[in-house]
Design a protein around this ligand. Structure first.
Ligand SMILES: [Fe+2]
Ligand SMILES: [Fe+2]
Length: 309
């Protein structure tokens, strides 16, 4: 695909963007869960069920706060930054005006997603009276993107940033989708996820098309250089350190014995996924490499061989 073939999605944005179409969602005070059990396996562990099952909702509320905090960082510090520099034509890779306009709609959507997430944070605090424990000031991408960009020569830095953000935008979509389907969870939370998902469908194809346009113009030498950086990015992106230190802080905040705390920490330590093709996000990442055409290049196939089935 060439830059000249780019078709704007501005009409779809006008008629379907959640900021254009959705009323405010209000958290309901019912007996459904505020966060899916399957996404906080700590509360399903043997020790938790034996020692403190009554603290399940506290743990789920804190995990929702962590999720919201991650969304706000992702939207405002990662995607907003890259989309905004494309919109403002400050990106080393030049894109036509239609791309820049669409990039600006991504900025608006992401900042709106951050606002909606913050609204749910304040609604949840008001309803439950539970205030957040210390939340991280970074997400995995806060480290993974700078680590990847630092490996690129000057002229490829924007391209690497673009590809990293595109990978991330194509990965979270599948992740949020699982959430929106869970019937044990409060309607408003599912609605929040479904709204977000609707916008992200547009974003994931936007980023994939931009990467396609870029890749088409890249020289073989540049492609090989970027291909060598991709596994470094993925390894940082899939690490479990931040989740694990959050889970440890959450365990510290539970009202339980020291022995139970130790047992929970060791159970949580065993939950990390391996950083290879068996990691649950890898299928989404590989799908992006196909849709963006990167995987057509032998150098990318070779660099990613650990992740390909
Ligand atoms: Fe978003
Ligand atoms: Fe997005």
């Amino acid at each position: 695909m060439n830059a000249a073939d780019y078709q704007s999605f501005a009409d779809a944005w006008e008629s379907r963007a959640t900021i254009r179409t959705r009323p405010r969602r209000v958290l309901e005070n019912d007996t459904r869960l505020i966060y899916p059990l399957s996404r906080q396996p700590l509360v399903l562990s043997e020790t938790f069920l034996r020692e403190c099952p009554e603290q399940r909702d506290f743990a789920l509320v804190q995990t929702l706060y962590k999720f919201i905090n991650d969304v706000v960082i992702f939207e405002t510090e990662i995607v907003d930054k890259t989309a905004r520099s494309i919109a403002k034509n400050r990106f080393t890779v030049a894109f036509p005006f239609a791309c820049r306009y669409d990039a600006m709609t991504v900025v608006i959507d992401e900042d709106y997603h951050a606002l909606v997430a913050m609204d749910f944070m304040q609604q949840t605090v008001a309803m439950t009276g539970i205030t957040p424990i210390e939340l991280p000031d970074e997400i995995e991408l806060s480290r993974a993107i700078p680590a990847a960009v630092a490996l690129a020569p000057e002229h490829l830095r924007s391209a690497v940033e673009l590809i990293c953000v595109a990978i991330a935008e194509n990965t979270v979509t599948g992740d949020v989708a699982a959430f929106a389907k869970d019937d044990t969870v409060k309607q408003s939370i599912k609605g929040l996820m479904a709204d977000h998902l609707l916008d992200e469908g547009r974003h994931s194809s936007f980023w994939a098309r931009l990467v396609r346009i870029y890749w088409h113009t890249a020289s073989e030498a540049d492609r090989q250089c970027i291909a060598r950086i991709l596994p470094v990015f993925i390894a940082h992106y899939l690490t479990n350190d931040l989740q694990k230190s959050f889970d440890f802080r959450l365990i510290e905040s539970l009202q339980i014995s020291d022995a139970a705390r130790r047992a929970l920490k060791s159970e949580v330590s065993g939950l990390a996924f391996p950083i290879n093709r068996h990691h649950p996000l890898v299928a989404n990442i590989v799908r992006f490499f196909r849709s963006s055409s990167l995987l057509d290049s032998p150098c990318v196939q070779e660099a990613l061989s650990d992740y390909l089935v």
